[in-house]
Design a protein around this ligand. Structure first.
Ligand SMILES: Cc1cc2nc3c(=O)[nH]c(=O)nc-3n(C[C@H](O)[C@H](O)[C@H](O)COP(=O)(O)OP(=O)(O)OC[C@H]3O[C@@H](n4cnc5c(N)ncnc54)[C@H](O)[C@@H]3O)c2cc1C
Length: 407
């Protein structure tokens, strides 16, 4: 039997961050992961450039059944702390927009930084290792049954740990090694888990809406989208299967099956007023040309007939009622998605381990001493924009401070 003071399951964003911090405090740390490489989601993130944090991290950028839970960890280890770490490793980065920080080069800069921190502090990482079972020991601590990943039972080794950290993330993108393992462990120990739901995910459409989005596939425009009391303004992208782009990913976290999205295709403009003004200025202009200047010609030509408007109608031919109807349709386009793309493409999962089960200061289970959950596995989900990684860093750091004192 092997022994390690602290075992962390999951060599992703939160697991690596936690491992480096705990080992730096002098404790023996072993990180286990079933994947053959660490931090696969980090490498894929931010289009390969990792949006590693955001200048404007606030608790209101997170969804959770307990919106207060994230406050303590986010204030213990802030975006400025992580930026200082990035600066220490001389990683070049830039703000893309709205405070979103991306690597200038590659996402591997962030992964290599975490691996370097683990190496310097002496944290060990053991890959290609399946965790076949976990039990708590009567005298305290945990026994973790492991074997070679992909060949469960082969080369079986039991590892004894004083404390156990679950950092196995959420189930989105299974091809990257994502699993619902953390939820299984939580349930095994009698903890409550909110059923996970794919979030930050594109929408799928059916029937005529799908035909429209498919015809416009690859076209994007800036919109404001609202659903269930939340609104986001950013780009929307038409795809062969439905609607994507940052606005759609953001609102997907608030959408429930059956809900309609209200899309404002001309945010910040009073379309009715503009139509009336342009009718005087340019009465011969066709409706499709008018809208083409405001959106794009392609979108205008497809969208107007789809909505039942005459693209070739001159502005002069429109009466007040028709102009109001066009303006209303542009500002409040009601779209009912058929569903989402699901875990295949979702960036995160809503739900997870009920935060009522955990200490918001240390991430330790209230009911199971020595068991910690960090990162995406718990019911804290950030908006798009670097907030999910910041949660991984902050929750990992908070747990590490407590683990450092348990030796
Ligand atoms: C395509 C994509 C792009 C993203 N881009 C961004 C971005 O730019 N900015 C941002 O803030 N967030 C982004 N995210 C979200 C972000 O990647 C996650 O929120 C973050 O990685 C969560 O960290 P974690 O440590 O909790 O989990 P992960 O980083 O997912 O790590 C979990 C680890 O646990 C391992 N594991 C899982 N199951 C088991 C098991 N049964 N046994 C052993 N090991 C296991 C996995 O192999 C993995 O290494 C993106 C996500 C995706 C999918």
């Amino acid at each position: 039997m092997k022994e390690a003071a602290v075992v962390i399951i999951g060599a992703g964003a939160a697991g690596l961050m936690c491992a480096a911090q705990v080992a730096a405090a002098g404790r023996e740390v072993l990180v286990l992961d079933h994947a053959n490489k660490p931090g696969k989601k980090i490498l894929m993130s931010g289009g390969g450039r990792c949006n590693f944090t955001n200048y404007y991290v606030e608790p209101n950028r997170y969804l959770s059944h307990n919106p207060h839970f994230c406050k303590s960890a986010l204030s213990q280890y802030t975006q400025w702390d992580f930026i200082a770490l990035v600066d220490k490793h001389a990683i070049p980065y830039h703000e893309k927009k709205d405070g979103q920080l991306f690597c200038d080069n590659k996402a591997s800069d962030i992964l290599n930084m975490l691996l370097a921190e683990c190496e310097t502090s002496g944290a060990r990482i053991q890959l290609s290792t399946a965790v076949d079972g976990i039990e708590s020991l009567p005298a305290g601590g945990f026994l973790i049954q492991t074997s070679k990943a992909g060949q469960e039972g082969a080369d079986a080794v039991a590892i004894k740990a004083q404390q156990l950290v679950i950092a196995t993330g959420g189930p989105s993108i299974p091809t990257l090694g994502a699993t619902g393992f953390g939820y299984k462990v939580a349930r095994q120990f009698g903890l409550d888990v909110y059923e996970p739901v794919a979030a930050l995910v594109p929408f799928t459409l059916t029937s005529e809406l799908k035909t429209l989005s498919s015809a416009l596939s690859g076209n994007a425009c800036q919109v404001s989208v609202s659903c269930n009391g939340q609104s986001f303004m950013d780009d929307m992208l038409f795809t062969h299967r439905g609607l994507s782009g940052p606005t759609m990913l953001q609102i997907s976290s608030y959408w429930q099956p059956g809900d309609a999205l209200s899309i404002d295709l001309l945010p910040g403009l009073d379309a009715a007023e503009q139509l009336r003004a342009d009718q005087h200025q340019n009465p011969k202009q066709q409706l499709k040309t008018w809208l083409g200047h405001l959106l794009s010609q392609k979108i205008s030509e497809q969208w107007l007939p789809f909505m039942g408007f005459q693209p070739e109608a001159s502005l002069a031919s429109l009466n007040g009622k028709q102009m109001d109807a066009i303006a209303m349709a542009l500002h409040q386009w009601q779209v009912k998605p058929a569903g989402t793309e699901g875990y295949r493409t979702a960036e995160v999962a809503l739900g997870g381990v009920n935060t009522d089960e955990l200490s918001s200061k240390t991430m330790q289970c209230k009911r199971v001493a020595g068991l910690y959950f960090i990162g995406e596995v718990m019911d804290v989900t950030g908006h798009l924009g670097g907030f999910n990684f910041q949660w991984a860093w902050s929750s990992a750091w908070a747990a590490a401070q407590h683990l450092a004192q348990q030796g």
